[in-house]
Design a protein around this ligand. Structure first.
Ligand code: HEC
Length: 95
């Protein structure tokens, strides 16, 4: 009986390890319609790939709280702070 709980725990922790990167990747894909494929912009709007995670997270939190760029306020407020961190962490890994 004890083994069942051990197996359950192992499955749960394996799942927790994979969701972090996967979730950021999934959530960030929504940003590409304006910021370019994989965050590499080919137009006027800034690229967001490969910036530092803390800069991106800071920018996103600021845009969520103070709507200086209205369009990004609407984007940023659709996510929890934790989701914004996951997006920032994922984008920072792109080159
Ligand atoms: C509907 C279009 C649109 C979408 C979708 C969008 N953005 Fe933006 N974003 C903009 C515009 C417009 C600006 C301001 C103009 C600029 O920075 O060139 C901006 C600015 C930013 C900035 C500030 C850039 C800087 O250097 O000042 C960051 C960071 C950013 N967006 C990240 C994101 C992330 C992350 C997502 C996905 C959650 C996202 N954006 C989704 C249009 C969009």
């Amino acid at each position: 009986m004890k083994n069942i709980f051990v197996i359950f725990f192992v499955i749960l922790s394996a799942h927790a390890n994979t969701t972090f990167a996967d979730n950021g990747q999934l959530l960030a894909s929504q940003c590409y319609q304006c910021h370019g494929p994989n965050g590499h912009s080919k137009g006027e709007i800034d690229s967001i790939a490969g910036k530092s995670a803390s800069d991106l997270y800071g920018d996103l939190l600021e845009m969520k709280q103070k709507p200086k760029i209205e369009i990004m306020h609407l984007q940023a407020k659709s996510y929890t702070d934790n989701e914004l961190r996951e997006i920032a962490n994922y984008l920072s890994t792109l080159n």
